[in-house]
Design a protein. Sequence first.
Length: 320
Amino acid sequence: MKPKILVHGGAGEWNVEPKTVEQARGEMKAAVIEGLRIMKKGSSVDAVVAAITLMEDSGKFNAGSGAYPNIEYDIELDAGLMDGRTLGAGAVASVRNVPNPVELARKIMTDTRHVLISGRGAEILAKGYGLYSKLKVDKARKDIINRRMKQYISKEKWIRTLPVKYRLPPVRDTIGAVAIDENGNLAAATSTGGTAFKLPGRIGDSPVCGAGFYAMNGKGAVSATGEGEDIMRYSLSSRVVWDLDGRVDPYMVLIRELQEMKRLFGRGSAGAIVLDSRGNCGAYATTRAMAVAGCSQNAVISEVVESVGIDSVQEKLRRL
């Protein structure tokens, strides 16, 4: 099997300056190159953790050091990881002061009997593994948040009905990765700081096995991104994986499942990346745009593309 890795930098609006887009593309490219390098001497699990860690550290995405705060200015992170060979999974939710939650998710998968640990318990575990480090919102980011606060409040009626007056964060994007190694072992991981308008303690799809991520040898691996509440209600990642049998085109499976999800919820709210057991890959979103990158021994691609043009990226992915 030819080793291969894909990452995404989130599905959403991507209404940002060209400089920001280029920075995101550069970070995703570096992540898939590093993931492939690690996989040559390791496993698919090693690859997705390495790629996600690099993106968490970059500060360019809504994950790790770049995550935006909740409405009380606290950074609460979610991440999940799954090993398709063993069906082992680990995840953390609403964890603070852990710059690389994907690494903590791996420790939960390998060193405990649990799958998902949240809040204070996850932070205690992080301290034990040396993964705990203070995260805070600096003044420059607070200024950005405050500038965008009024426009968010004006659009979201529900936030104005809360008994507590909150200040709101800017939008960034979730990250994820899927990989297959030379032995055909699949892995998937997702990491995020959560959605805009997030209340303290809110948990989205990213740390939920079967929603934000899923991997199974002989089937496939998926990492999702978008509106977490919709993705959880639809169990997007497990649905896609169970539709894969090595014969169907994973790209067409993504289209079918994401369009059905859009039909059910009445909005285009998600995207995903996928690898099947034969190394075929796909990326698709029903949002306005999506950031995706891929790497194999043949080629490297990294794009932030509007959904109307995602077929062109898919053609590049087919050639990986």
